[in-house]
Design a protein around this ligand. Structure first.
Ligand code: NZQ
Ligand code: ZN
Length: 360
């Protein structure tokens, strides 16, 4: 196991009706003016946005709004948000939605105090020294952005989708997580979230670092929980217990817990980000194509770890032929993805002739 520092200070407020506590939490973290960021309208249709507004009004915290964040969020919305925040003297971003909304809020939070182009942070030209506080009301378990210090934005000009890691300033101060808010998710979005959280665990699990038994067991246990609860949720959309477990799995998958003490990989994510940028596919659906393919290729490099995964997560029988064991595990992963309605080939993703040169 490698040396590590684990510091993951987000306050998670989890359970039914917890969105009613948003105003009190905003107050607790010292906000004087809030910008609510949301997406294409699901939070309006569900009534969540109105409930969050009411909660802010009850504690007398003023707010402004920035709606219309799209999946695979883009830089133009970030520039719009930075301008509005400066004009309105906002000091806390409140993201009400999923990863795209949260990541946009984080990018704005970093951009407001910076005397330059926020994109500098994403291309490594500048380091985020300070940011507005970020808080979250989560509506989809997937990206894990509610507990991560990362943000992923696409620059429209040039179609570059890049991630920025700045946990000391961008990790949300609090995240409200009510599993009932996820009942309205379309099945495909639920499934994409499942693939994404599994990928977040597997990017950490398939490590070259030895002697990470605690990390391995946390990863395997969380994967087993995801597979079980995803299967339930796909049949029974309003099963509170399964939705609740899945929601917490999404956070555990990406707040650092599963990767302590090991060298992480993230190759599949970087490959997928190019696919999302160019073909605008849903992140989780891109991952369900990329991850099994990457694992197949990696059987040449670290067959023992993939065989361990096959045995412990997918119940494949052990044998001296580790490659066959590993390939059977990958096959079972693909069968699972297919069973919850996810693509496992470019064609199923709707890309007939992927432009591999451009992606590379
Ligand atoms: O925009 P609205 O109308 O809200 O609809 C959204 C959107 O269409 C919908 N949705 C969300 N909650 C809903 C709902 N529909 C009905 N009921 C609800 N309760 O779902 C769609 C997808 O939303 P999005 O925010 O894009 O989903 P997700 O959370 O999967 O975020 C994906 C983004 O996160 C990035 C991805 O690259 C992608 O851009 N990631 C961010 C990470 C991070 N910051 O740490 C890590 C991840 O690896 C990932 O890369
Ligand atoms: Zn992801």
């Amino acid at each position: 196991m490698d040396n590590f520092i684990f510091y993951s200070p987000t306050e998670f407020v989890f359970g039914r009706d917890t969105e009613a506590q948003t105003g009190a939490l905003v107050q607790k973290y010292g906000a004087r003016k809030v910008m609510i960021v949301y997406g294409g309208g699901s939070v309006i249709r569900s009534g969540l946005l109105a409930r969050v507004e009411q909660s802010l009004q009850e504690v007398g915290i003023p707010y402004c709004m920035l709606g219309g964040v799209q999946p695979n969020p883009i830089d133009t919305k970030v520039y719009e948000g930075i301008d509005l925040c400066r004009k309105e003297s906002v000091d806390m971003m409140l993201a009400v939605g999923g990863g795209s909304v949260i990541d946009t809020a984080k990018a704005i939070a970093a951009g407001v105090p910076y005397n330059g182009d926020f994109w500098d942070f994403y291309i490594g030209k500048a380091v985020v020294a300070e940011a507005l506080k970020v808080a979250v009301v989560l509506t989809i378990p997937a990206a894990g952005s509610e507990g991560s210090g990362n943000t992923v934005i696409t620059k429209v000009d040039g179609l570059q989708k890049l991630s920025l890691r700045a946990p000391s300033v961008l990790r949300p101060v609090f995240a409200v997580m009510n599993p009932e808010l996820t009942y309205t998710l379309p099945p495909f979005q639920t499934a994409c979230g499942v693939a994404d959280m599994m990928a977040h665990i597997m990017e950490r699990y398939f490590t070259n670092t030895k002697e990470v038994e605690i990390g391995d067991r946390l990863c395997e246990g969380t994967l087993l929980a995801i597979i079980k609860e995803a299967t339930t949720v796909m049949k029974d959309h309003e099963n509170y217990g399964a939705r609740a477990n899945l929601m917490w799995c999404g956070t555990i998958a990406h707040n650092g817990t599963c990767g302590v003490g090991c060298e992480e990989d993230w190759a599949s994510h970087f490959l997928e980000h190019e696919i999302s940028a160019i073909y605008n596919v849903t992140h989780g659906a891109g991952l369900s194509v990329i991850f099994p393919a990457w694992m197949t290729w990696m059987t040449e490099h670290n067959v023992d770890k993939i065989a361990q995964y096959a045995i412990r997560v997918w119940g494949v029988a052990d044998s001296a032929d580790k490659k066959t064991v590993a390939l059977e595990g990958i096959s079972r992963l693909k069968t699972f993805f297919t069973s919850i309605g996810l693509p496992v080939t470019f064609k199923e993703l709707g890309i007939e002739n992927p432009d591999i040169d451009r992606l590379a």
